[in-house]
Ligand binder design. Structure first.
Ligand SMILES: [Zn+2]
Length: 362
């Protein structure tokens, strides 16, 4: 069943949307009692002519909340003692605009000037949202029931449709950072959605490769061909069901990385059928269980939805989830040092086939 959607306005004008698993919750009746200052202006985009990439400069983000005590968690429902970001006393899944967004529609025209002739500047127009997966502060995505995962997928599909339609949005990226090792600043189980004003550097590189492959093969989709090859080879496949396959990419950069892809080429989450949405949760939860089982403790991870761009090259996109961790041993993390950070050249200490075997064995 599609979640019931009710939107409210927070005291500083930001939008918050409750997505309830059953109708009639009445959550929208609770007002935000806080007196918040206006949200900060959008960041500034600066073009780096050397790397041909845009960089968002968002000075105001340094003041964001950093690991608050659990009785002052901004993502828990509001209680009598603490008014959080969520005015209602409970929720299923809730989405709201980030208080300290990297991208927003609050553009300050005077800031948009040129740095030098070679460095154009553009407004950081777009939107950044926070998605709370559960009102339970001490839970984790991997502990959610499959029905809640289905709700989350429906919510992300809703947000993908809405944000893709905003003026100037080039791509929509839902993701979850998990674990302080990754840089998480709030423990409450949550993800984020970035609606970018430009095609990101990674996606631009994927599009170049996909375009080249299509030109060479009479229009074949690169990701579909990679997935078919992995299904055939089997050695890097970790798990699968009727609609999805999870595999370790053959040239993975991270110690443990899995792609979870639907068997049908769809551009983004909005295009998934009911059956595909239902089938995602059990397989993804199984993967998260395997990740946590690798070293017998919660695995820090980044979970990233790759979706088609909204403009040129959209037909080349193939929705998939990239799940990876920086943990390479029980007490060792992979840091992005000289080769990775300065050169973008990854050195991976774990053979992908061995990583797939270890994940299968859990
Ligand atoms: Zn919380």
């Amino acid at each position: 069943m599609t979640p019931t959607r009710s939107a409210v306005e927070l005291s500083d004008g930001r939008e918050l949307i409750y997505f309830d698993e059953s109708p009639g919750s009445g959550r929208a009746a609770y007002p935000d009692t806080r007196q918040l200052p206006p949200p900060p202006p959008a960041s500034q985009l600066r073009y780096d002519p050397l790397s041909d990439e845009w960089v968002a400069v968002a000075a105001h983000r340094n003041t964001r909340t950093f690991l608050p005590p659990s009785d002052a968690c901004p993502l828990c429902p509001t209680t009598e003692r603490f008014a959080s970001e969520i005015p209602a006393p409970g929720y299923d899944v809730v989405v709201f605009e980030n208080q300290f967004p990297s991208f927003s529609d609050r553009i300050v025209p005077d800031e948009i000037t040129q740095v030098t002739d070679l460095v154009p500047v553009a407004p950081g127009r777009g939107r950044c949202e926070v998605v709370c997966f559960t009102s339970d502060h001490n839970s984790a995505f991997g502990s959610l029931p499959p029905e809640r995962v289905r709700t989350v997928i429906d919510v992300l599909a809703d947000r993908t449709a809405v944000l893709s339609a905003l003026p100037g949005v080039a791509q929509v990226f839902p993701f979850e950072n998990r674990g302080v090792e990754i840089g998480v600043t709030l423990h409450h189980p949550h993800g984020q959605i970035y609606a970018y004003p430009t095609v990101t550097p990674k996606t631009a590189a994927y599009l170049r490769a996909a375009r080249r492959h299509a030109d060479k093969t009479g229009g074949r989709n690169l990701y579909a061909d990679v997935l078919a090859a992995e299904q055939e080879a089997k050695v890097r496949v970790v798990a699968s069901n009727e609609h999805w396959t999870a595999y370790v990419p053959a040239a993975t950069r991270w110690p443990f990385e899995v792609h979870l892809a639907p068997h049908r080429q769809v551009p983004d989450l909005t295009a998934l059928t009911d059956a595909e949405r239902d089938a995602f949760g059990p397989l993804y939860l199984d993967l998260l269980r395997r990740f946590d089982g690798l070293f017998g403790k919660p695995m820090p991870y980044i979970s990233a939805w790759h979706q088609a761009v909204t403009g040129e090259g959209r037909e080349l996109g193939y929705l998939h989830l990239q799940l990876f961790s920086i943990r390479r041993a029980a007490d060792k993390l992979k840091f992005l040092a000289g080769s990775e950070s300065a050169m973008g050249a990854f050195v991976n200490d774990i053979v992908p086939e061995a990583a797939a075997q270890r994940l299968r064995d859990i």
